[in-house]
Design a protein around this ligand. Structure first.
Ligand SMILES: Cc1cc2nc3c(=O)[nH]c(=O)nc-3n(C[C@H](O)[C@H](O)[C@H](O)COP(=O)(O)O)c2cc1C
Length: 255
């Protein structure tokens, strides 16, 4: 096989090139896969014994932001005012904007961000550093009950920053979103092509966060650079069946 264009060295294709080639849909490889509905994974995650379950206030959807202006002014912001905590309504609004449930068709709960096949493989965790009335620590967001499961107590800013390749933005951010993927939710249907869709799903969620944060006067910086194992260990994940795929720092922007 000729090396795919863009592969370095002109010799053996790297894992990225092989992944792209091997997960192609082609007219002659589309048959022979039937879905085993009895094996469809649960679409939602619930922790058995969280430290606490924190109800979230109603998201505040009363403002009238101008979408064109938000798109125009959207920028990654890396410097935040550290003094003022985030009101919980703003956190609720961001969670709703990224993964809020907006419709139900049968068993499927549709959300603010699209998802390949309506399978919603992405889970949302938070590192809360400074949100009014919410203790610092790691939380898991449940879209179906619109609440937070408290998983780990403490100011883990340094750990999360270390996981993010030492990027100190998370030390000033009021909250850091940590998105994971439960791979089987998508792999069950799309097999190895699932990995393409999982990352596409995450991109939609990330942009929703940027735009919603802009509407609330908050700044965001996406974080794709992190030590995977360290990020997974902060949340307590194996990194195989569920793994961190993306993060974003959110705070009051400076200037
Ligand atoms: C997938 C992805 C990963 C990113 N990872 C990081 C990161 O780890 N650290 C960082 O400072 N910025 C990160 N960014 C932000 C980009 O640097 C930024 O979007 C780009 O420079 C364009 O600037 P703008 O967002 O202000 O338009 C990331 C953005 C994306 C979309």
């Amino acid at each position: 096989m000729n090396p795919p264009k863009g592969s370095k060295g002109g010799g053996k294709a790297g894992i990225g090139e092989r992944f792209q080639q091997d997960t192609k849909y082609k007219p002659d490889n589309m048959e022979g896969h039937t879905l085993d509905w009895s094996k469809q994974p649960e679409p939602f995650k619930n922790y058995e014994a969280p430290l606490a379950t924190i109800p979230l206030p109603e998201p505040d959807l009363t403002g009238v932001p101008n979408l064109w202006q938000l798109l125009y002014s959207r920028r990654s912001r890396r410097e935040y005012e550290t003094g003022q905590p985030l009101p919980p309504e703003k956190l609720s609004t961001l969670l709703w904007a990224t993964q809020g449930v907006t419709a139900r068709y049968g068993e499927v709960l549709f959300r603010t961000a699209p998802s390949a096949g309506g399978l919603y493989p992405v889970e949302t965790y938070l590192f809360v550093r400074a949100v009014e009335g919410i203790e610092p620590g790691i939380y898991h967001f449940r879209p179906h009950t619109f609440d937070l499961e408290f998983l780990k107590k403490g100011d883990l800013a340094r750990d999360v920053a270390e996981a993010a390749l030492g990027q100190t933005i998370v030390m000033a951010a009021q909250v850091t979103f940590i998105w994971t993927a439960v791979i089987e939710r998508s792999r069950w249907k799309y097999r190895q092509r699932a990995y393409r869709y999982i990352y596409l799903d995450a991109g939609h969620i990330g942009q929703n966060l940027y735009l919603a944060a802009g509407a609330l006067g908050l700044g965001v910086c996406a974080i794709g650079a992190f030590f995977d194992d360290k990020a997974n260990s902060i949340i307590g994940l194996d990194g195989l069946e569920e793994t961190v795929i993306y993060m974003a720092a959110v705070g009051w922007p400076q200037g």
